[in-house]
Design a protein around this ligand. Structure first.
Ligand code: 7RM
Length: 633
């Protein structure tokens, strides 16, 4: 069996084999890698506990499968191209040979600072090559990285540090993002005031601004590297040893630490990268995500590097210094595969096609989308203007919890259907169920999306709280992994993802739990109760709309609204700041005291049709007030 699928027929055959004999299928893919010790059993699982073990008792180090395995043929091939925020500044090209040395040197530096196998290391950094090196160095020594998006607040960072009891934080002085310079080290300092686990902080000089360095705790990156050897013997890891923790929002409580382990994640990110993007040996591949999200982990760093690809990393934002920046970069590096989010497409769509026409995009072979459902209009705009009508568009559906792409066309192989994630990858067994969990077979069905069989890169647990993993993903429907998304299978059997069916809002491809935002709002001393919902937003996909009761406050609603917005920004970060805050006299409640979000969603969407029956509410009179307050009467 070839690893790379080359035709629809290959796809059908491989898909069939992966379902009939998953263990044989995945063991053949795993044979591409170097193992210090082979597995005793490919898969052991039950979705009740839940417990999932891939490649049981095997030993390996993921970075050996990037470096030692590929160096004989890839020593001088570019591994990472780094394009800085400032378009005039010099880019960096790192070959596989250079990246290996950088990884080993930093691995030795981490060890010298006391980091051991199993320790948790927080990476709170800009999009610079050192961030990728840091991830790889952790994997090299067996430390567990947890990358925190550098746009999160000190409180959000502190919560994550405390949850995983991180021993070290890797950060930078500042972070260039478009015309902004974000003082990240200052945020780390503030976070560390409320945590007790972190012993050392290593700080990369990026912007050169003055930062406070705490003696004995804070060290400069260069200082930490001094005198360290560029050779390092990889730590042998068990297949199921933790590779990383990545925090993500759900419908309840604080963000959960999604745990990914070594071998299964390695096998699946490699396999999915090669097949979805149809990467060829000399291609230049670019994914515009941030390494703070799962897309950055799987498809900027691990998948591409395991496949020996050239992966481009961009520090900046799509519209700086001009709205053609993405296309300028595509031309500059002759990018072949370009992978971005619908929100970025819609934001660029606003500028029309003029910025696109200035640049030569003829190198593009494949364009991709991820993070949220792509609407048909954006799909066509992207396909026609960026892909010039002749690049396959891969609409890739997956999640932090799935580790890798689950449902997607394979570029140039699966016939393209606008706004359809289309077909599952080999080894992935999605099903659509009704509210009772009964599988809806056949075509033309719509319901909740579940996965009924394990895949190698699936979530193993939520860090420190296995019960929460069980409750969130394996309890809604017995014996299945529940995605939280709705989906439809059309008359051709192609899947279309309809978006979240739980209390998760997808803002510009970033997941926000309504409960998380409500908790932040409730910190305001004058807020008695709040409710948060999502509503359709032209560019962001969804926007955040908050309702808050502030009885007895002397402040004007305008003042309260602004204070609440700023508070959420402070507690979680700019991405969670509500677009709208409406001060209300009450929230619509059912007789059992539950907030009727359905009504609030209608108000937030400015669509009062089919409001439904409100007579069963405990307080039907507040609905009129809310409608009036929203200016909809
Ligand atoms: C990769 C990523 C996961 C949630 C997921 C969906 C939504 C992601 C698509 C999509 C429709 C897509 N991980 N989602 N990709 N919806 N079509 N191609 O985004 O954990 O941050 O978010 O994102 O709702 O459950 S994530």
């Amino acid at each position: 069996m070839k690893t790379k699928i080359q035709s629809l027929r290959d796809y059908s055959n491989d898909y069939h084999e992966s379902v009939v004999d998953p263990e044989k299928f995945w063991s053949k893919i795993a044979d591409n890698f170097v193992w210090k010790k082979k597995w005793d059993k490919v898969l052991d699982w039950d979705f009740e506990t839940p417990k999932v073990t891939w490649f049981e008792n095997a030993e390996l180090n993921l970075t050996e499968n990037i470096f030692e395995r590929l160096l004989p043929t890839h020593e001088n091939k570019t591994a990472i191209i780094w394009e800085p925020n400032d378009s005039e500044a010099a880019p960096i090209h790192l070959t596989y040979g250079e990246l290996f040395k950088a990884t080993c040197t930093f691995a030795n530096a981490l060890k010298a600072q006391g980091v051991k196998k199993g320790d948790r290391v927080i990476i709170y950094m800009p999009m610079v090559p050192e961030a990728a090196v840091a991830m790889l160095a952790c994997a090299r020594i067996g430390a567990v990285h947890s990358v925190v998006f550098a746009g999160f607040s000190a409180t959000a960072l502190a919560d994550r540090i405390n949850d995983c009891e991180a021993k070290m934080v890797l950060t930078s002085d500042g972070n260039y993002r478009g015309n902004k310079n974000i003082p990240v080290k200052a945020v780390v300092d503030e976070a560390l005031d409320t945590t007790q686990f972190v012993e050392k902080v290593i700080v990369l000089k990026r912007t050169g601004e003055k930062v406070e360095m705490k003696k004995g705790r804070d060290f400069w990156w260069d200082e930490a590297l001094e005198g360290q050897s560029d050779r390092h013997e990889a730590e042998p890891m068990n297949a199921e040893d933790l590779l990383f923790i990545l925090y993500t929002s759900g419908s309840t409580g604080k963000p959960k630490g999604v745990v990914h382990t070594t071998a299964g994640y390695m096998v699946f990110t490699y396999y999915s990268f090669l097949n979805v993007f149809q990467y060829d040996t000399d291609d230049v591949y670019w994914c515009t995500a941030d390494i703070g999200w799962i897309t950055g982990h799987s498809y900027i760093v691990y998948g591409p590097l395991l496949a020996g690809a050239t992966t481009l990393m961009f520090e900046g934002v799509p519209t700086y210094p001009h709205p053609g920046r993405f296309w300028e970069i595509v031309e500059k590096y002759k990018v072949n595969q370009f992978y971005t989010a619908p929100t970025a497409i819609r934001a660029l769509q606003v500028h029309g096609t003029a910025p696109l026409e200035k640049f030569d995009l003829s190198s593009l072979k494949v364009i991709g989308s991820v993070g949220e459902p792509i609407n048909e209009e954006a799909w066509h705009w992207y396909h026609e203007n960026v892909g010039k009508g002749n690049c396959p568009l891969v609409d890739t559906w997956w999640q932090t919890e799935t580790g890798g792409i689950m449902i997607s066309p394979l570029a140039g192989i699966t016939p393209n259907k606008p706004a359809h994630a289309s077909l599952p990858l080999p080894g992935v067994q999605p099903i659509i169920v009704d509210a009772e969990g009964v599988e809806l077979t056949g075509n033309n069905v719509e319901g909740n999306l579940c996965i009924k069989y394990p895949w190698p890169s699936m979530i193993r647990t939520t860090y420190g709280d296995h019960q929460r993993c069980k409750d969130t993903y394996f309890s809604t429907y017995k014996g299945m992994y529940f995605t939280g998304d709705g989906a439809k299978r059309d008359h051709d059997g192609y899947l279309r993802i309809l978006g979240r069916v739980d209390d998760v809002i997808n803002v510009s491809g970033h997941r926000m739990g309504t409960a998380e935002v409500e908790n932040a709002i409730d910190e305001h001393p004058e807020v008695i109760e709040s409710a948060v919902v999502g509503y359709p937003h032209e560019i962001k996909g969804q926007g955040i709309y908050a309702f808050a009761i502030c009885d007895g406050s002397d402040k004007s609603p305008e003042v309260l609204e602004e204070e609440i917005k700023q508070l959420v920004r402070k507690i979680i970060g700019p991405i969670a700041k509500p677009e709208h805050v409406q001060i209300v006299s009450g929230l619509p409640k059912t007789r059992s005291g539950k907030i009727m979000r359905r009504i609030l969603r209608k108000v937030a969407s400015r669509d009062l049709s089919n409001l439904g029956d409100i007579s069963t509410l405990l307080n039907p009179e507040v609905v009129e007030d809310i409608i009036k307050g929203a200016g909809l009467d």
